[in-house]
Write a protein that binds this ligand. Structure first.
Ligand code: HXC
Length: 503
């Protein structure tokens, strides 16, 4: 064998060894827990054969506690670039088979490198977490590493989409990287996120709680809203990440990819003419409206199980990616409460940051009242959504289906918050409040007079606050035409260092 051939053989062997991570025993242990390895996850995430790994020969530099004797090529994370549906992305996947995926100084450097590339080259960053947290032997160097990553998450925010997959443990301060990213996908039963684990909770508060109860996927997808998706399996979680990216541009200077459709833009749906019940207190299902107006009925919902009184998610309309925000009359009558306001505000801001037009479907009786909401800060939290809509410069098309009352009317993308096109169905009621409430306050008016004056779309339309009253069956066609008209929209906000969103 020539010297060159020897060298190539060594390369092949070193690569093969690095790909074994912490070794077969630990790979088997990972599989026994029902989990895939970092490389298996990346292979499933990226287009076949598209992955190019970086830094596979990086080793940690720690010599504390005899660590110099335990070194693995690549250390505890696999990083690199590849494509999803042919589009460039950067990835990191923590490798639990090496020191439990715990964060070392060199791991942080590897992750930071691909994050920098993502921002420089305008491509999404996807980080898959499966880690025991800070590498205890490395002390402050590990914490510094987290700090480097957090700073990059912050600087990349609004520049390139950032998606976190939580496919195993993610605990302590480590949770703040996913929290700083745009979307967090957790896997049921095998992942958890918490600041302090059950043991410490027991010691500090006396509360007995399991890992799953404290920070499992279901908890974060239904109670805290920390997770945007709770996937049934790792495969499902990977599919969600790929689906999500199909609606997003690669960076804040681009438009989302156009997706061809055979669904006619002019398709009408007669069922929508009958969807609003005669009784204003009766609910209907907003999903039916969304499914009817978007291409092929396909809707990728975000935060499906949290704050269900508002629905947010992505769809295509005549091939164009849109963000849909819709009150859900079936849950709490579609009222805006603290969580609904936070959920929708974050979504609206994401869409605005990434040039995704907003389609808002309104049926809102108001903001939720009562001490619980007031003490929790419904004023500040409701203001987040108001702010998000008001600052957004992407095309904004609003359709008022039924109720649109008071402050909630203004908040839900009204004309004065620079709504571009505001339609209303004939069933719309746009007023300070419903007749019942108004009559209770102004005792000398009667409900019939109030309803005649305000409980229709024509009063608002007479001021030009509604651009047109449309037949429900034509909603898809009208929204698409509005969006097409707005495709070249240019609007800028006054210069500022940054805004002061009411946090
Ligand atoms: C170094 C670690 C480690 C860590 C795990 N390992 N966590 N090494 N630092 N933080 C190593 C283990 O020693 C073991 O090495 C291998 O990873 C697998 O761990 P196991 O315990 O065998 O796995 P498992 O039973 O599945 O338990 C996983 C675990 C547990 C629940 C994550 O390892 C654990 O509790 N780890 C410590 C978690 C923790 O307290 N981290 C610090 C949080 S504070 P071998 O060689 O045997 O395979 C924090 C602050 C961050 O992270 C601040 C950021 C700003």
């Amino acid at each position: 064998m020539s010297i060159q051939q020897e060298k190539i053989k060594e390369l092949v062997e070193r690569r093969a060894s690095a790909r074994q991570g912490g070794g077969q025993k630990r790979i088997d242990a990972q599989h026994q827990k029902g989990k895939l390895t970092a490389r298996e996850r990346i292979a499933m995430l990226l287009d076949e054969g598209s992955f190019e790994e970086f830094d596979m020969f990086v080793q940690h530099r720690c010599t504390n506690f005899g660590m110099e004797k335990t070194k693995f090529d690549g250390d505890g994370v696999v990083t690199g670039m590849g494509t999803i549906d042919g589009r460039l992305v950067y990835v990191s996947a923590q490798d639990f088979t090496v020191s439990g995926g715990s964060m070392s100084e060199t791991m942080a450097l590897k992750i930071s490198k691909v994050m920098d590339m993502a921002v420089r080259n305008g491509a999404p960053f996807i980080g898959i977490n499966d880690s025991g947290g800070a590498r205890i032997q490395e002390g402050i160097c590990s914490l510094a590493g987290y700090g480097e990553i957090f700073e990059r998450n912050i600087l990349a925010s609004g520049v390139v989409p950032q998606i976190s997959g939580i496919f195993g443990p993610c605990a302590g301060g480590a949770v703040y990287s996913p929290a700083l990213t745009d979307f967090t996908v957790m896997v049921k039963d095998t992942s958890y996120m918490f600041l302090t684990g059950p043991g410490v909770v027991k010691t500090v508060t006396g509360e007995s709680v399991t890992q799953e109860e404290l920070g499992g996927a279901s908890v974060h997808a239904t109670k805290s809203g920390v997770a945007h998706f709770a996937a049934d399996s790792e495969e499902d979680g990977i599919k969600v990440i790929r689906d999500l990216l199909s609606f997003l541009p690669s960076n804040n200077r681009e438009q989302a990819p156009f997706v061809d459709t055979n669904d006619p833009a002019g398709r009408v749906d007669d069922a929508l003419n009958d969807i609003i019940p005669d009784n204003p207190n009766k609910a209907y299902d907003m999903y039916q409206v969304i499914g009817s107006i978007v291409d092929d009925g396909k809707f990728l919902e975000i935060h499906k199980s949290w704050a269900k009184n508002i629905i947010v998610g992505f769809a295509h309309m005549n091939g164009r990616s849109v963000g849909i925000v819709a009150n859900q009359p079936k849950i709490l009558a579609g009222v805006l409460d603290i969580n609904a306001s936070r959920k929708a505000a974050r979504f609206v801001r994401f869409c605005d940051a990434f040039n995704i037009p907003l389609v808002t479907l309104v049926d809102v009786p108001g903001f939720l009242c009562g001490t619980q909401q007031e003490y929790g800060g419904i004023i500040t939290n409701g203001a987040k959504l108001l702010y998000a809509y008001g600052e957004a410069t992407v095309p904004k098309v609003t359709v008022t289906l039924r109720k649109s009352y008071g402050g909630a009317h203004i908040t839900m993308s009204c004309k004065q918050l620079r709504g571009d096109i505001n339609y209303a169905w004939p069933s719309a009621n746009i007023a300070v409040m419903g007749a019942e409430g108004a009559v209770a306050i102004l005792k000398d008016i009667n409900a019939q007079d109030y309803n005649d004056l305000f409980c229709n779309p024509y009063n608002a339309a007479s001021y030009g606050y509604i651009d047109d009253v449309i037949e429900p069956r034509n909603t898809r066609f009208r929204v698409i035409r509005a969006l097409e008209q707005l495709a070249g929209k240019k609007q800028e906000n006054p210069w500022k260092k940054h805004d002061n969103l009411p946090l």
